[in-house]
Design a protein around this ligand. Sequence first.
Ligand code: F6P
Length: 371
Amino acid sequence: MASSRPKRIGVLTGGGDCPGLNAVIRVVTLEAIAAGIEVLGIEDGFEGLVEGRFRPLGLRDVRGILDDGGTILGSSNRSNPSHYCVGHDSNGDAIYENRVPNCLQRMRDQDISALVVIGGDGTMTCAQPFVEAGINVIGVPKTIDNDIEGTEITFGFLTAVQIATEALDRVRTTADSHGRVLVVEVMGRNAGWIALYAGIAGAADQILIPEMPYSIEAVAEHVQQRVAERGSTVLCVAEGACPIGGEPVIKLVDPTSPDSIRLGGIGSVLAHEIESATGIESRSVVLGHLLRGGSPTAADRILATHFGHHALGLLLDGQSSRMVARVDGMMTSVDIRLPAGKQRLVPPDHNLVRTARGVWTGFGDRREKGR
Ligand code: F6P
């Protein structure tokens, strides 16, 4: 849908943070200013829109932020305006209300006619009622998990892969020194892209991902073979990985959060099971939010800047309801509704799975090594 060029736009970052968010805010602000458009930063994602927390963004605000981790605007993953928590009843249950009309009023008050929403599938879903209300909305996909449907890459992912790769390199020397098994747990609730990429780059002997449930017997056999051949072994495991017929390891349940189940702990469970099955001393390390924090790599700074540039271009063209995307290596856009409720998972026959098998990496099954 095409509409007229906005005079003032709002920018927000929603969901879990990831390296490169500030790079997007920077380019959107700079290009908007150059086009004579004012930019209001909305604090803490859609929460700031509900509560009317706006901040003008000027040249000084975006100077020097390209390499900063996190988001200068703050973020929130508990703030869906259509289903907004306004308090709790006497039983402690959350009370939800639709706060979209009140957001729209705040936007009219601020003269904002377009939004750039930087976030994951949840943020794109939250943006829907604004599209339906005639607001020009452009989405920019982010997540370290790289699992947003409609785009083959999201910024933040390659930074997470780099950090996980460095961790794998580091644990290898300590595993070697002690003849141990080292299990490195990385983020990846439903999608194993980080584990797959980092596992290949960091030469993990086994990669375990949610899309390919593992057999603990196969994992233990592989461990024994590798330790017999090389003296130690390193595994890269996504937090959502689980055994065949089993469930992922839950760290805690938080009913107040949209992601009510927090995963974590598979690394230590596996290390324990491997040690019991093989008798080889095993240790684990959880990388967790280390993968999300800090400065983006050069590749992510470029990708995030390119995404933001394309987003502003779409707005200037009068486009709405689009999400910036990279498809077949080209910058393009898709319907902003496309990622809602979906996830781009690792197909078990993915080229990189076969590539990893080519260097004898195991996936928790008894497949022969090689292609
Ligand atoms: O951004 C998605 C993700 O990286 C998942 O892999 C992970 O489960 C989740 O973030 C954890 O986020 P938080 O602890 O901020 O809720």
